[in-house]
Design a protein around this ligand. Structure first.
Ligand SMILES: [Zn+2]
Ligand SMILES: [Zn+2]
Length: 416
């Protein structure tokens, strides 16, 4: 089972199989025996294990569920009373979503003693409703709570009715009636609830502390990384990074000892395409590189405290000159390697990664150096451990030298 597919990972595997000999040569020479596949397969049991251990679905026993169901039914009964009092003919909540969404507070005041805060509690988080939504089966939950349940299965968490269509719709229209009742009758509880929500959001927005980590594939600065997201924990992670507005998360390859590697690359979400069953295809591009300082866990996915990596700037004139010479040499080597690839490989690479970035005038313009280096690393079928060591380098000169090494092996094979 593949934990998550990076479409380009599949392609690099293909390339690796086809270009068996040069890949072996590089691996052999670098004494790194493990292949892409091997690293991925050893990573899987760890992934499965943490998925089982930390399920993000709220755990309720059958008895608790029964109690909650009763409570929800009593809330519905009360709604009917409220409606009669107000001479406002509102059907069972959610029966007609547009009607519910349009509902405005047209009826008179409700006696305070009839308002019980527990009737406005979400049965999933046991807290006051926040952005309450109502399913077609008439059950209300916080929007975020319901979405987390639907990450696991498209059924109502209370009555188990199918919510496949509701999920495919992705509208999650806030139930105006509930929201207005809470605003009017429970303002203190609401502001307390809002405070907690804001604190949680702030906590999830840190970009150096407890940063969400997607453990899947190698990512590089400026290189696009399309992801197929289907695991519940990653659906939650992607949703959160959109909700908080950071639109970012870290990407690391798995590691047998530490669950994920010591170095990774931030990915910026450019676009998310949701499929009707809740899976999604997320279009991302690589940003800053980072080093992992501390590992953690949040609702089933990995997190890390990180520090960002930047290339050390070369100031000395002579050094800048020799760096430029080395750069130009390796760049032309890379171009000729790419041009000499068999047509099939080349078009595969172009399809997945786009064309090779152009030579840059200012080599040290960004903390990651020239983009073409990263593009090349992404398309070269070499051992991820080797790629990882290049990712971690803070010296452009060192990086270029390593790339030159790899290219020499591959080009040697091409000229045979
Ligand atoms: Zn809730
Ligand atoms: Zn239901």
């Amino acid at each position: 089972m593949d934990e998550c597919h990076s479409p380009r990972e599949l392609s690099s595997k293909e390339t690796e199989e086809e270009a068996e000999d040069p890949a072996e040569a590089v691996k052999g020479s670098l004494s790194r025996a493990q292949s892409t596949q091997a690293i991925n397969s050893v990573g899987i049991p760890a992934g499965e294990d943490c998925l089982k251990r930390v399920s993000s679905e709220p755990l309720l026993s059958a008895r608790e569920k029964g109690v909650l169901l009763k409570r929800k039914l009593s809330l519905l009964e009360q709604d009917v009373v409220v409606n009669e009092d107000g001479r406002n003919k509102l059907k069972k909540q959610g029966e007609n979503p547009s009607e519910v969404c349009m509902f405005s507070f047209a009826y008179g005041d409700i006696p305070e003693e009839l308002i019980d805060v527990s009737d406005f509690e979400c049965s999933l988080c046991m807290r006051l409703f926040f952005e309450p939504v109502t399913t077609p089966c008439g059950h209300s939950f916080c929007k975020n709570c319901l979405e987390r349940c639907l990450d696991h299965a498209p059924y109502c968490p209370l009555c188990k009715e199918s919510l496949k269509e509701y999920l495919a719709d992705r509208r999650y229209c806030v139930t105006q009636l509930l929201e207005e009742l809470i605003v009017k009758y429970l303002p203190d509880e609401l502001s307390e609830r809002k405070k907690i929500y804001d604190e949680e959001t702030a906590e999830l927005s840190h970009l150096t502390k407890n940063v969400p980590i997607f453990v899947c594939t190698m990512a590089y600065p400026t290189v696009p990384c399309p992801l197929h997201v289907f695991e519940p924990r990653y659906r939650l992670m992607i949703r959160r990074s959109i909700q908080t507005g950071t639109k970012q998360f870290g990407m690391c390859v798995s590691d047998t000892q530490n669950s994920f590697a010591d170095y990774g690359c931030m990915l910026q979400i450019r676009n998310v395409h949701f499929l009707p069953d809740g899976r999604s295809v997320v279009d991302t591009v690589g940003g800053k590189r980072f080093r992992v300082l501390k590992r953690g866990m949040k609702d089933g996915y990995c997190t890390a405290d990180i520090e960002y990596l930047e290339d050390v700037t070369v100031e000395n004139e002579d050094e800048v000159k020799s760096l430029r010479e080395l750069h130009d040499l390796v760049y032309s080597q890379a171009c000729s390697w790419f041009q000499n690839l068999r047509d099939r490989f080349r078009s595969q690479i172009l399809q997945h990664f786009g064309s090779m970035p152009e030579r840059e005038e200012n080599l040290q313009a960004t903390p990651n150096g020239p983009a073409w280096c990263w593009w090349l690393l992404a398309v070269l079928p070499v051992d991820p451990r080797y790629q990882l060591s290049v990712l971690s380098m803070k010296s452009l000169e060192e990086r270029l030298t390593k790339i030159q090494h790899i290219l020499t092996y591959f080009s040697r094979d091409q000229s045979k």
